[in-house]
Write a protein that binds this ligand. Structure first.
Ligand SMILES: [Zn+2]
Length: 360
């Protein structure tokens, strides 16, 4: 820019006089009027071109707006998010470095009440809470296809310890899987009757629409639930989710553009569809011989842009910061990757997709 301007102002005079013009001549020549500088058009706004996950991933604080979930669980954003405090009487937030302990106030309230119930009605001292949403919701740079509208929360399937974990521990402790090595059932070393109680308490909370768990966990719930079974229909089998349960709330009142998911059928769903899911996750007894041909990978879909999200999400990105503090890890602490983030443990996008077809 500086180069362009200086050329436009001084080059004509220098050309008129020649480069060896003596100083006296130079002083007598009237300065020509500066030519208008033609600048290239400004680059398009990052808001229109950048992947939405970069825009929302960069927001450290929520939008100072009334709380609203905008759009769909896997295609939306969140206005007026609130943080779940990182330490509660019966919960602790994990992976503070991710700054993902944000949600619609109904989700914050739900987690606080659920943690209290768990503390009162099970042997667990409380809950360890994993990812919720980013401060302004939206797509994330890592992990999760959903969690975009402040109504999804991952709750670890390991009890909260009786002491307050250090920031470092919250990054480094790994969750334990509830599945056995072959994914043929739960792991008796980690699965306990308390797990049924915790998942049942969550499923019965008002406002909870679905809970996603690994099919082997759902199977165990079906086996052990006893006579009280109406809640089982809300617990949906899905890939991954052997380390945590994923709680999804229904659209709250006042969020008129929140897109609801079809209601669960009301059936406990312990039958044929679950059997199909169990076959999908079961690891083979003998690993298949390595294929000579490389598997054909589908090219990933183009990243979501802001224009793919509800129009209000632009306002959410541009709104001033709310007067709250961002959640940060202690300096120098490196987050351990979670097994479920690494590959592509897909998140439940919506409509319980992909739903395997009912076996013939
Ligand atoms: Zn999740």
């Amino acid at each position: 820019m500086i180069g362009l301007i200086s050329f436009a102002f001084f080059a004509p005079a220098a050309v008129a006089q020649g480069s060896s013009a003596p100083g006296s001549l130079w002083q007598n020549v009237p300065m020509p009027a500066p030519r208008p500088v033609v600048l290239p058009p400004p680059p398009p706004l990052a808001l229109d071109t950048a992947p939405a996950k970069q825009l929302f991933g960069a927001a450290r604080l929520p939008a100072d707006l009334q709380a609203r979930s905008l759009g769909f669980y896997a295609k939306g954003c969140l206005a007026g998010a609130r943080p779940l405090p990182i330490n509660g009487p019966d919960w602790q937030v994990m992976r503070l470095s991710r700054n993902r302990n944000w949600g619609h106030p109904v989700l914050i309230n739900l987690l606080e009440r659920l943690a209290r119930k768990v503390q009162l009605e099970t042997t667990w001292p409380g809950l360890l809470v994993g990812d919720m949403s980013q401060p302004r919701g939206g797509p994330m740079l890592t992990g999760h296809a959903s969690h975009q509208v402040g109504l999804d929360a991952d709750v670890w399937l390991n009890p909260m310890p009786k002491r307050v974990l250090t920031p470092r521990e919250r990054e480094e402790i790994s969750a334990k899987s509830m599945a056995n090595a072959k994914f043929s059932g739960v792991n008796p070393q980690t699965w306990t009757p308390e797990h049924i109680k915790v998942i049942r308490l969550a499923a019965k909370m008002p406002g909870v629409e679905r809970i996603f768990v690994n099919p082997v966990i759902k199977k165990q719930l079906c086996v052990e639930a006893g006579a009280d079974r109406a809640w089982l229909g809300k617990v949906r089998p899905y890939w991954g989710h052997d380390y945590h349960m994923h709680i999804r709330m229904a659209c709250p009142s006042g969020s008129s553009t929140c897109k609801a998911q079809a209601a669960v059928s009301g059936d406990e769903e312990c039958g044929a569809q679950l059997d199909y899911w169990l076959k999908q996750v079961r690891k083979p007894d003998v690993p298949p011989p390595p294929s000579k041909e490389l598997p054909k990978k589908k090219p990933p879909p183009p990243p979501m842009k802001l224009s793919d999200l509800p129009p209000e999400c632009r306002m959410v990105l541009q709104a001033p910061d709310a007067a709250v503090a961002a959640t940060k890890a202690a300096p120098g602490v490196v987050t351990a990757p979670d097994p479920e983030d690494q590959a592509a443990t897909p998140d439940p996008m919506g409509q319980d997709t992909p739903v395997p077809p009912t076996p013939q």
